[in-house]
Design a protein around this ligand. Structure first.
Ligand code: PMP
Ligand code: GLN
Length: 383
């Protein structure tokens, strides 16, 4: 393995899901729902396969999906993207992120990331030979946020991009207009590209609305907006994602994407195009159901003795394990199957400054109510 990838090994998601399977534990680690997406969308995928959509689609994606993505952006956010040249279909958000970083960063360039960060960011940056510059999100009155001075201090002459994720995995923070404005100001002052991971764009709660970074003044022209169908339509295994960005940035990502995978899976593209047009009502129902599940898991974890942070979006509750007398999240996560028959994700692995995240553990609530209840009952043994 090349030196620049040696720190990565096996992802924490693979490790923890394997642990759950091996020990028969309830898996509140890896974020995937245990119910399927809208029935008619599933039928569309089957019909696409039966209907012969089984060969290479065009490299940038099927026109039906690019058109549906562009319409969705316009209707929801007032953002206009040309489906021919400003929309690129990818194999999930993961490929979109990797292709963007590989296309935009020279070896030695720096990329600002907010830690804890989704693990593929660090790997994509290392693959490009670039260097990450973390800005730490810290809890302030129960909500994870950053200090704008730390953000400004993280930018230097070699900084090329800022990688933003809102709604944020794993903290559940949805950046406010003020926070996004601070990020936008830094991008414009230093002529940086913003790579904006918005895969949880529809999964926000309590009336909090997701604001795409590209909607801020002067940001559309410098933002690579990334999303995917996995979270919106409960099909994480479909790995269908997309980039929306000005033609120059989309073209750069496409040049790289061509040689990673050339194109993305044909049948899912047709089904997702249908869902973006016709199933946003279903998504509204999912969002309400997830908000209730969040409350259920938060109440249970709190009663079980965890310190609990209230997420405004995503699938995840971030907890503090110190009230239970534990100090190391990775150690606890590895012992949790034996202690309680539950699997979770230690969020310290998403920090460069691991000490700052050592006492945090993430639990997923995108699960059936009875699974959440059973997990909570088991976790109450920890006290
Ligand atoms: N970004 C974030 C913040 C995520 O949580 C995930 C995991 N689903 C991804 C990207 C990857 O998305 P996809 O499965 O579409 O590649
Ligand atoms: N995005 C999901 C999570 O954060 C799963 C990611 C993965 O398995 N790579 O849990």
């Amino acid at each position: 393995l090349v030196a620049r990838m040696r720190e990565f090994g096996t992802t924490v998601f693979a490790e923890m899901t394997a642990l759950a399977v091996r020990t028969g534990s309830i898996n509140l680690g890896q974020g995937f729902p245990d119910t399927d997406g809208p029935e008619a969308m599933l039928e569309r995928a089957v019909a696409a396969i039966r209907g012969g959509f089984n060969q290479y689609p065009p490299g940038p994606g099927l026109p039906e999906l690019r058109q549906a993505v562009a319409e969705h952006r316009k209707e929801h956010y007032g953002l206009v993207y040309d489906p021919d040249g400003e929309v690129l279909v990818t194999l999930g958000a993961t490929e979109a992120l990797a292709a963007s970083v590989l296309a935009l960063c020279e070896a030695g360039d720096e990329v600002v990331v907010f830690e804890p960060y989704y693990d593929s960011y660090a790997a994509a940056i290392s693959l490009a030979g670039a260097v990450r510059r973390p800005v730490t999100l810290r809890p302030v009155e129960g909500r994870f946020t950053f200090d704008p001075d730390e953000l400004r201090a993280a930018v230097g002459p070699r900084t090329r991009a800022v990688l933003v994720n809102s709604p944020h995995n794993p903290t559940g923070t949805v950046f406010t207009l003020d926070e996004l404005t601070a990020i936008a100001a830094v991008c414009q002052e230093h002529d940086l590209v913003a790579i904006s991971d918005e895969v949880y764009e529809h999964l926000t709660f309590d009336g909090v609305e997701h604001i795409p970074l590209a909607t801020l003044p002067g940001m559309r022209e410098r933002t690579v907006m990334i999303s995917s169908a996995g979270k919106t339509f409960s099909v994480t295994g479909w790995k269908t994602g997309w980039i929306c960005a000005p033609a120059e940035l989309t073209g750069a990502a496409q040049t790289v994407k061509q040689f990673l995978t050339f194109t993305a899976n044909a049948p899912w593209q047709l089904a997702v195009a249908y869902a973006l047009r016709e199933e946003l009502g279903w998504v509204a129902g999912l969002r309400d159901a997830l908000a209730t599940k969040r409350d259920r898991l938060m109440a249970g974890l709190s009663a079980a003795g965890f310190g609990v942070y209230r997420p405004a979006g995503t699938y995840f509750v971030q907890t503090d394990i110190r009230p239970l007398g534990f100090t190391d999240g990775l150690d606890l996560a590895r012992r949790l199957p034996e202690l309680a028959g539950v699997v979770a994700i230690p969020t310290q692995v998403f920090y460069d400054n691991q000490e700052r995240g050592r006492h945090f553990v993430r639990f997923a609530f995108c699960k059936k109510d009875e699974i959440i209840d059973e997990a909570v009952a088991r976790l109450s043994r920890l006290q």
